[in-house]
Ligand binder design. Sequence first.
Ligand code: ZN
Length: 236
Amino acid sequence: MSSIPARWRDYLQFVFNPLLPKICFGCEELLVPGEAQLCVFCRHELPLTHFSFGKENKMDQALYGRFRFEKASALFYYHKTGALKQCFQYLKYRKQEQISTLLGQWHAQILSRDPDLPHLDYIVPVPIHPKKKQIRGYNQLSAYGKALEAALGVPFSENVLRKTANTKTQTSKNRGGRQDSSSSLYILPQPDKMAFKNILLIDDIMTTGATLSQCAAAFKDSEGHKLYVLCMAVVA
Ligand SMILES: [Zn+2]
């Protein structure tokens, strides 16, 4: 580690050494005893959407006409800077899967109090390509999905959808200007299993909705299913 500047060495030790004090994933300040993963300040500052399943929101409006779905919701608003962005950096690029659990437990707590939450048969994550999973170590949605499963009693089914190519989903600069037509990026190997089921499709951050749209297209041969969409965050 001698080639690493001392500042970074200290930082890495704080993050990865279980014997040293932990830092907040939102602001990178040291946590005090009793705090875990996020400091009290960041916990209060993270921008909750307060979306409910009984009321139309901006996600619904953004997705109308793109694909057939019943309802969409998200836990947080995502901004280009700030504590939540830091959390996602740790989750996706610094092997801190515990953030996925934290967000899942948080979201489940809110959902379990929502009287309009429908009956759900499966929780299905947007898949990542096996090569990316190997690099990252996990699908960032797995622990989130498992936390939802544990709290809501709905089976989390990780292998329902498969990603066929290790490419980033094309995100349209002008969502009205291009069809989300490359449906073959995601496949549903067993469409009959999802027939007439209520499916909660989960993703991390909704930006244009292109990924969700392409996943929804993979359900085209699954008769009578209903799709619900749930994201950790939606771009504000
Ligand atoms: Zn903090």
